[in-house]
Design a protein around this ligand. Structure first.
Ligand SMILES: O=P(O)(O)OC[C@H]1O[C@](O)(CO)[C@@H](O)[C@@H]1O
Length: 388
């Protein structure tokens, strides 16, 4: 396999360039408007924005527990212009530095305050979630297989509801455009498999994505009594809406306290599953690393090894699974995802340039259509490796 070049953000007009030069300024403004930060935090956030578009990558100056880790993760990029570092590296570091700028890792009163909480809270309390909770009653009449299909689709398209993505994505009218790759038949067989199973789900966004993810988890636990599920969340707020333990708990409470009967039942079952360890929520510093999963440390690798299946949600997890590189889109998925320590399924809406495992005709048709199908969130994929 010849190495594909890493995606970088220094080409004006490219998608990664627009993330730094168009999306981040809007994001920073929203963060500064959403909470009453003082002059020190506001200045630090503005400085970060300027540094990340025109400056060099400098090591952390805060006292976060991950300080030494970032020092090592950045050993090859310190002193490099942000745009010349790999896009995955630079974008991840931007979010880490944004937290630091808001005082998240400091010793003052802003320590531990999630700068994205106002957006996450509003989404979880909003009418779209009310509708999703109400719709759960309608699933009860379906066969188990149809329910799996419906819940898989909700978990997949829930990834489109990414708060960061909403900053610059043009509104998409009507129904999503569709799947560019679909291995869902391999997944549909999974819950029916007899015997003990351990399924890992690496979560992505909170709110309208984590909600259907947890409903899918409940379905897996209910349909296969010998199944255990581990949900992995981020150790700290990241990429705007990425789910942390606090977000997982808020989502569970939203389900459990719902007046909608089925939502309430699902919330209670998930709560009890956590009480008995059939459902565990875990985290690891590597989930905020600016690196591909190929480089995951041995303890995390051991956690995935032996799992029946790991479901990786979302765009960022996909970039980290296959490597944030300019692969030809027809590169076989197995070639770049085969390093993962367990059978793996990627459920992702496309929000960045990286994609593999596509049929040449599909690529030709999408390219011929002339819309930015790789980055607009209108298309999605389900890709599976390691399951017969
Ligand atoms: O929430 P998700 O699906 O991981 O999406 C995150 C994606 O959003 C972006 O930050 C902007 O589209 C991408 O660079 C990143 O991969």
């Amino acid at each position: 396999m010849s190495p594909a070049p890493p995606v970088r953000s220094d080409d004006p007009g490219s998608f990664p360039w627009s993330v730094f030069h168009e999306r981040h300024p809007k994001l920073v403004q929203q963060v500064l408007d959403a909470l009453p930060y003082g002059p020190a935090e506001r200045a630090a956030v503005e400085d970060l924005l300027a540094e990340s578009t025109t400056g060099l990558l400098r090591p952390l100056t805060d006292d976060g527990d991950d300080h030494e880790l970032w020092l090592a993760w950045g050993r090859d990029v310190w002193g490099t212009p942000w745009g010349e570092a790999p896009f995955l590296w630079a974008e991840s570091y931007f979010y880490r530095r944004l937290l630091a700028a808001t005082g998240y890792f400091g010793s003052g009163a802003w320590r531990g305050v999630d700068p994205f909480a106002p957006f996450k809270d509003a989404e979880l309390a909003g009418p779209a979630v009310d509708e999703e909770l109400a719709a759960l009653d309608g699933l009860r009449g379906l066969t188990a297989e149809r329910r799996t299909e419906a819940l898989l689709a909700s978990a997949l398209w829930g990834n489109r509801a990414d708060l960061s993505f909403g900053l610059t994505a043009a509104p998409v009218a009507g129904r999503p455009a569709g799947l560019v790759a679909d291995d869902s038949r391999l997944l549909l067989a999974a819950p029916a498999a007899a015997g003990p199973a351990r399924i890992c789900l690496v979560a992505d966004n909170a709110g309208r994505e984590l909600l259907p993810d947890l409903v899918l988890v409940d379905h897996l636990l209910t349909e296969a009594p010998a199944t255990e599920v581990v949900v992995y969340v981020k150790p700290y707020p990241y990429y705007v809406s990425d789910a942390t333990m606090a977000d997982a708990l808020a989502t569970l409470r939203r389900l459990r306290s719902s007046a909608e009967p089925e939502a309430g039942r699902i919330g209670l079952r998930l709560w009890q599953a956590m009480n008995t360890s059939r459902l565990a929520v875990r985290t690891h510093p590597f989930f905020c690393a600016p690196l591909p999963y190929r480089e995951m440390p041995p303890d995390l690798r051991a956690g995935f090894a032996g799992a029946t299946l790991t479901i990786l949600k979302g765009d960022l997890n996909y970039r980290r699974l296959v490597g944030d590189q300019l692969w030809p889109a027809i590169t076989p998925f197995a070639e770049v995802a085969g390093h993962f320590p367990s059978p793996v399924a990627a459920l992702r809406t496309l929000k960045s340039d990286v994609v593999v495992g596509l049929d040449p005709q599909v690529v030709a048709d999408l390219d011929a259509y002339g819309t930015p199908w790789r980055t607009s969130g209108t298309h999605a994929l389900i890709q599976v490796h390691g399951m017969a």
